[in-house]
Structure formats: structure tokens, C-alpha cells
Design a protein around this ligand. Structure first.
Ligand code: RIB
Ligand code: CA
Length: 311
């Protein structure tokens, strides 16, 4: 067994963030060194509280720090239609036994990078505000970041505007900074995550595992599917779990290296991720963009992860 990959989880849980963290915590291939909350699908107070509850449920034993109150520029964009008023509606979760440390998210990220003998991979599943803040405040630590495996963007379309995916649209300035940073990026955008569908029959397989985490995961899937079903999806797209799965089981995914630019201006396209698939810009690739996956194997990976909480 190789040494586990040290990771920092950075998200706005969120149903699919929570399932991404469930997958990460269950895997012997990963070691969670820190967790940071970001203002995304709900206010930073709500996403931090949700991070505390999810870490408690999953038994994640790592320091947690609270992110900035909002994006680097522009206003926050809560999304209660997707994740509910709490940001993580659905099953009842344990009250937190985990509490944030003093100091902002980017300071905890810097501390983890400094303390780690080996470079650490950052796994953002919300807006890139904290990662950009880290790069702005501690550019000297760039070399300690092994890579960024993120959920966000899409080279063909958006979901929160016709051109932009939610996580990038919330903080395009942060995303622009991250994509231009030179840190190796694996981008799980809508191109693949909308195919990362867990079907209603899969919910029941997971529920039947019978352990408390698996039951919560099945309820999260059901809640998350409620929003997407109205849009015509055949299942719940567990976007954020793709960013974690790409580290654990890269063989499940098809990826292409390309240059990705983030549009920060524009009447129609603010927050769009423009992927140069045909190398028209002459710029060297800055991202491995995941374009497709083996859905059945992805669902099997999530199911095995939920089963692992059964002891
Ligand atoms: O567009 C998908 C992203 O926005 C995911 O990170 C999900 O959690 C949602 O809030
Ligand atoms: Ca998210």
C-alpha cells in the first residue's frame, strides 16, 4: 500500500460536498490534513456549521477553519433552491463535536503546507476564494501544493448562467488567479460531473447497507435529486465527489490537458471557463480537464465508501 496522499478539503457543504468528504474519509489512499469552509451555496456561517456537522458524522479528525465571509470581489450568491435554507437540508445530523480553530481558512492551509514534509493536494469543491487567498497571502508556499483537484467550471456550458458553472461564477476573480497560478490543476467540471449520476435505485442500495452514514448518504442523495429531477436529470449528479474520486481512482475518468482561461468580464460570460481544446491560443495547458467517466464504476466506488462506515 503506497503512502496516503495528504489532502486539504475546502468546500461549502452542500450535499455533494458532504458526499465528497464521505468518500475521502473512507479511503486509505487519502489522509485529510485539514478542512476549510468557503462561502458558496450558503453564507459562511451556515457552510461552516455544516462542515462541523459533516466532520462529526464522518469522524474526520483534522483541524477546521472558517473561510472569508464572501468572494474576493462581488457579492455572495446563496443557492437555497439546490441545497435548502440550511445549505444542507434533509436528514438530521449530529450537533458538532468539531469546532473551527482561530484564524482564517487560508492561514490553516498555509500551516498544513508548512508542516507537511511532502507537498499536499488541495481539493476545493466550492468557490476558489480560499485557495486564491492562500496564493495571494503566501505565494512562497506554491511549491508545497502538489496539485489542485477541484470541482468547478465546464468547457462546454454552465449551470448558473448559460456560460458559467456555480462555483466559478460566485468568485471568478479567485478562479482566474488559481488557473493562472501554475499549480497543476485537475478540473472536474460540468462536462463530467453532470454524468456522475446516482440513480434512485442506487440510493436504495446505499440505504440498504444499513449503517448510520449510509442512511444519511441515501437521504442526501434523495434530497439533492429532488432539485435535479425537476430539471430532467435521471439521477443526482454528485458533482463534488468527482474531484475526490479522480485522486482515488483516476482510471475511471477520461481527461484532456488544455489551457483553461476564466472570463472575469463580459455581459453574458462572466465566470465561464474557456477550454482551448484545439490549442488555438498557443498557450501551454494549465489543467487536466475531466470529460467523461465510467458511471457504474463511480457509483460502485461511492457505494463501497458508504459501506466502509459499517465497521
Ligand atoms: O455546480 C455544482 C457545484 O455547485 C457543486 O460544488 C455543488 O455543491 C453546487 O453548490
Ligand atoms: Ca460544493
Amino acid at each position: 500500500m503506497p503512502n496516503p496522499i495528504p489532502i486539504l478539503l475546502d468546500g461549502d457543504p452542500g450535499h455533494d460536498d458532504a458526499m465528497a468528504w464521505m468518500l475521502a474519509q473512507s479511503s486509505p489512499l487519502l489522509e485529510i490534513r485539514g478542512v476549510t469552509s468557503v462561502c458558496g451555496n450558503q453564507t459562511i456561517e451556515k457552510t461552516t456549521y455544516n462542515a462541523q456537522r459533516v466532520m462529526t458524522l464522518l469522524g474526520i479528525d483534522a483541524p477546521l477553519a472558517k473561510g472569508r465571509p464572501g468572494p474576493l470581489a462581488g457579492a455572495a450568491m446563496p443557492a437555497p433552491s439546490v441545497h435548502g435554507e440550511s445549505g444542507l437540508d434533509g436528514p438530521i445530523l449530529p450537533e458538532p463535536a468539531v469546532f473551527p480553530v482561530e484564524g482564517p481558512a487560508c492561514a490553516l492551509m498555509a500551516w498544513v503546507l508548512e508542516e507537511s514534509p511532502e507537498p499536499v493536494t488541495i481539493v476545493p469543491t466550492g468557490p476558489l476564494t480560499n485557495v486564491a487567498s492562500l496564493l495571494l497571502t503566501r505565494p512562497d508556499l506554491k511549491g508545497k501544493i502538489a496539485g489542485i483537484s477541484m470541482m468547478g467550471g465546464g468547457v462546454t456550458h454552465g449551470n448558473w448562467s448559460p456560460a458559467a458553472e456555480f462555483n466559478i461564477l460566485v468568485d471568478p476573480e479567485a478562479a482566474d488567479l488559481v488557473f493562472r497560478s501554475g499549480v497543476p490543476i485537475t478540473m472536474a467540471g460540468l462536462d463530467v460531473t453532470e454524468k456522475a449520476l446516482v440513480f434512485p435505485e442506487d440510493f436504495e442500495t446505499i440505504r440498504a447497507l444499513g449503517n448510520p452514514v449510509a442512511r444519511v448518504v441515501a437521504d442526501w442523495l434523495e434530497f439533492f435529486y429532488g432539485f435535479h429531477q425537476k430539471l430532467g436529470y435521471a439521477g443526482a449528479p454528485v458533482h463534488d465527489a468527482v474531484a475526490v474520486a479522480a485522486l482515488i481512482a483516476p482510471e475511471l475518468f477520461q481527461m484532456e490537458e488544455m489551457y483553461v482561461a476564466v472570463e472575469t468580464e463580459g455581459v453574458y460570460c462572466r465566470g465561464a471557463t474557456i477550454g482551448d481544446r484545439y490549442q488555438l491560443s498557443g498557450r501551454a495547458p494549465n489543467a487536466r480537464v475531466i470529460l467523461d467517466l465510467d458511471r457504474a464504476d463511480f457509483v460502485a466506488l461511492l457505494t463501497r465508501a458508504a459501506a466502509a462506515y459499517g465497521g
